[in-house]
Design a protein around this ligand. Structure first.
Ligand code: SAM
Length: 278
């Protein structure tokens, strides 16, 4: 998430995180930070051709190539800026021969039916106009029996103790803004229904939770720092949209500093990972 909104020319949804270099670097940190939870249950045994929908700066692509040495990945993204960074990152990696990154709208994939053995989506459906259309398109280009994994946000689950009213107010504004521009910060909870509606079978969802307290102080601090960065990266955009003002951002920042020093801090956030078969 970043400061000023920079829309890409193709007319996709305004992207709440923006496309700054800072945000692009944050995506890489985010992917590595959440890697153990996101990939714990992802099984690509026997998969040769993987479609990664919304590959962004290639942060997940890099992890996928490293974790699954048999995979050949086709990554697609609507943003040329993200793709430029992704291609640069890939060029410098030992896995560059196993990936191609293409400029494409996930709602209108330019692939023949049954082109891929599996599909991977991560933190994309909250940003698209029609998540269901993206899932239907993914299904169309998957082979019969192929598996899809989608890992998506469920922002209503976020809670910090001690209760911090300014932070909560900011978070409501953040989510209201994302809804207003056509995204869906609660899309994770709806994945099961959507997958069924577009014809997937064997639909399974898992709620994955960061519930961190004094039992894991180091991890708790890491998660809070990561989250603080994510919250603040949208501040300028939310101010420009008049969803929040400078005073609220300052009050939230104060609360975040207090929380950081609080030995009783509790961090809670759940996201959803769905898997289904064609
Ligand atoms: C939060 S980023 C996540 C990127 C990557 N999956 C990751 O986890 O690092 C969301 C990405 O979805 C892309 N995106 C949004 N709408 C899209 C669309 N309709 N088609 C393709 N990509 C899209 C954005 O350009 C952005 O790169």
């Amino acid at each position: 998430m970043s400061v000023v909104q920079v829309a890409e020319p193709q007319g996709e949804l305004p992207y709440i995180h923006g496309f700054s270099a800072e945000e692009q670097a944050r995506l890489v940190r985010q992917a590595r930070f959440s890697e153990s939870m996101v990939y714990r249950d992802v099984d690509f045994a026997g998969v040769e051709r993987l479609l990664e929908v919304g590959c962004g700066v290639g942060a997940q692509t890099e992890i996928l190539l490293r974790r699954y040495p048999e995979l050949n990945i086709t990554g697609v993204d609507f943003s040329q800026r993200q793709l430029t960074v992704a291609r640069q990152r890939l060029q410098g990696s030992p896995w560059r021969e196993r990936a191609e990154l293409l400029h494409m709208d996930a709602e209108d994939l330019d692939f023949a039916p049954a082109s891929f053995d599996a599909a991977f989506l991560c933190w994309i459906l909250e940003h698209v106009l029609s998540p269901e259309r993206v899932l239907a398109e993914a299904r169309r280009v998957l082979k019969p029996g192929a598996r899809l994994y989608a890992t998506e946000v469920m922002n209503a689950s976020f809670f910090l103790s001690p209760y911090s009213p300014n932070l909560q107010q900011y978070w409501l504004a953040f989510n209201d803004h994302q809804l207003a521009v056509g995204g869906d910060p609660f899309v994770g909870a709806k994945l099961g229904n959507m997958l069924l509606r577009v014809g997937f079978r064997q639909v399974e969802t898992q709620v994955k939770t960061w519930h961190l307290d004094s039992r894991e102080p180091h991890r708790r601090q890491q998660v809070l720092d990561y989250w603080s960065e994510l919250l603040l990266s949208a501040a300028d955009q939310l101010i420009a949209a008049k969803r929040v003002d400078e005073a609220l951002v300052a009050a939230m920042s104060r609360e975040l500093r207090q929380l950081r020093g609080n030995p009783d801090l509790v961090f809670f956030y759940s996201f959803i990972q769905a898997t289904a078969q064609v």
